[in-house]
Design a protein around this ligand. Structure first.
Ligand code: BES
Ligand code: MN
Ligand code: ZN
Length: 513
């Protein structure tokens, strides 16, 4: 999809379909109060073209409700598509995303290839965030996981025009538009990675894809494998990869703000740590066959971090960011680790020896690779950490495919995430950590064990990670239920979601000096 920003009167735009939003202006709450659809544009030609159908009562302007008119009178567009946003007093960046997504996903299967979208004129929504939301949603909703479908190659919308009325705040619109393109393309990059099956995306290939992206956007990248893991004594990370014929990849991307000077930089150094299990069979504690194919998405956390880094490199916030991705394949094999094995995690930077870990279940592998990833990020000088991982089925049981689980050892750090969510529109629900959960992962024969029993599985897993985050302010995002959607959402097709990219980016930006 090619996107373009134009300042013009929407009625004059030549396109296959012009999309406008409509809200319900009815403010009375009584059940008999009739909806009053109101177009969110001051363009009187569009208003006249839609007047008859809007007064007919056929269209209620409910959220994501659609109405298509052919040959609308007086418009240069061949069709007019009206999309509802619900109560017009409540238009938000999120309702714009949903409505634009609904429009694109409406036109795609109908063979419509060029779309223009009239930027909504709504008092409560500033034009900057609104333009960003619109172009973001256009690019996100145009994406389908059809890399390997030869019959579906040509369903994309080719051309998307964001039409802003001339005379509006052009500077804010330009910035919002430019950011929206960067963010959505970065999130789609993450989705492409998550969509790749295990045979097409091994840890080595993930390293190559990360390095190619880094090269393109101007990030420093280092990709290491087995030797480096041994050199750093990453016993926990290595234990997962030892059962696979595919070597692991330790990927480190670094973003330095403009004018960065290591000797004088006093700002925070943010560490983005991602779980990159390119396929999770469970290892010797093997998973049941049902739905095992989905375990190709067990690198969703690392994709979120790589997507966020891709956006960071282009948006250029004034803060240093390092991403550490720990990638391996979790396989059963003659060389695979076994339940009962004891692994020694990477030593801490203060010289303290690494924790000994008793392996109870080889399927609890995500926390093992992250343990060493977090320690390494701290060794590299990170002052604040965030990790993302498809870590536990327990988190999916608790929150469903609605919210990711959020955990933190620091209120201020978590408050910044909550603030970031108001911009990203993504949902994260905070879940608890605490000493009681630590009790569950005490081992009789080692420092800790890698599973905490049946109950509170998302929290015991997070508690395991906290041992390695130590006193560094840290957030853990369990995205097991969010990295892959079972159903299509208004602006994200079912399949790989790229969840986390937008929130992690905004969390990073909140540290700008
Ligand atoms: N990758 C899985 C978690 C997962 C489950 C992700 C469902 C996406 C959807 C993780 O490695 C895992 O297997 N976790 C185990 C931990 C258990 C053995 C303590 C789980 O959740 O069952
Ligand atoms: Mn597992
Ligand atoms: Zn896993």
């Amino acid at each position: 999809m090619k996107t373009e920003l134009v300042f013009a009167t929407p009625a004059g735009i030549e396109t296959e379909v012009l999309v406008v939003l409509a809200g319900d202006a009815q403010t009375e709450k009584s059940p008999d109060a009739k909806p009053q659809p109101l177009l969110l544009t001051s363009d009187t030609t569009i208003q006249s073209a839609a007047a008859a159908v809007l007064t007919s009562g056929e269209f209620k302007a409910g959220a994501n409700e659609t109405l298509l008119l052919h040959a609308p009178a007086g418009l240069a567009a061949k069709r007019l598509l009206i999309v509802g946003v619900g109560k017009s007093a409540k238009v938000t960046a999120h309702s714009v995303r949903s409505a634009v997504g609904t429009a694109i996903r409406f036109v795609k299967p109908r063979g419509i290839r060029s779309v223009a979208f009239a930027l909504p004129e709504a008092a409560e929504l500033p034009v900057g965030p609104s333009s960003r939301a619109a172009v973001e949603a256009a690019l996100l909703s145009d994406y389908d996981p059809d890399t390997y479908r030869s019959d579906r190659k040509d369903l994309s919308v080719y051309d998307f025009k964001l039409v802003a009325p001339a005379g509006t705040d052009a500077a804010a619109i330009n910035v919002g538009y430019a950011e929206g393109v960067i963010v959505a393309e970065s999130q789609n990059f993450a989705r492409e990675l998550v969509n790749e099956p295990g045979n097409k995306l091994t840890p080595t290939i993930l390293g190559q894809r990360a390095a190619a992206m880094a090269e393109k956007v101007g990030l420093k990248s280092e990709v290491y494998s087995t030797e480096k893991l041994h050199e750093l004594k990453m016993g926990a990370f290595w234990s997962v990869s030892q059962g696979s014929a595919e070597p692991p990849a330790l990927i480190v991307l670094t973003y330095e703000p403009e004018g960065y000077d290591a000797a004088t930089y006093k700002g925070p150094v943010l560490g983005l740590v991602g779980k990159g299990i390119t396929f999770d069979t469970g290892g010797i504690s093997i998973k049941p066959a049902e739905k095992m194919e989905l375990m190709k998405y067990d690198m969703g956390g690392s994709a979120a971090m790589l997507g966020a880094m891709c956006a960071i490199a282009q948006i250029k916030p004034k803060v240093k960011v390092i991403s550490v991705v720990c990638s391996a394949e979790n396989m059963p094999d003659g060389k695979a680790q076994k339940p009962g094995d004891v692994q020694i995690a990477m030593p801490f930077k203060d010289g303290k020896p690494g924790k000994s870990i008793e392996i109870i279940n080889t399927d609890a592998e995500g926390r093992l690779v992250l343990a060493d990833g977090l320690t390494y990020a701290r060794q590299l000088g990170c002052t604040h950490l965030i990790d993302a991982a498809t870590l536990t089925g327990a988190c999916v049981v608790a929150l469903g495919p609605v919210s990711a689980g959020g955990f933190s050892n620091d209120e201020e750090t978590y408050a910044k995430l909550n603030q970031a969510l108001t911009i990203s529109g993504e949902k994260v629900w905070r879940l608890p950590l605490g000493d009681e959960y630590y009790e569950a992962i005490r081992s009789d024969i080692a420092d800790i064990k890698n599973t905490g029993g049946r109950w509170g599985g998302a929290s015991t897993a997070a508690q395991f990670l906290q041992v390695f985050a130590g006193d560094t302010p840290w957030i853990h995002l369990d995205i097991a239920g969010m990295a892959w959607y079972e159903d299509t959402k208004p602006f994200i097709a079912k399949g790989p979601s790229g969840f986390g990219v937008r929130s992690i980016l905004e969390w990073v930006r909140s540290y700008e000096s």
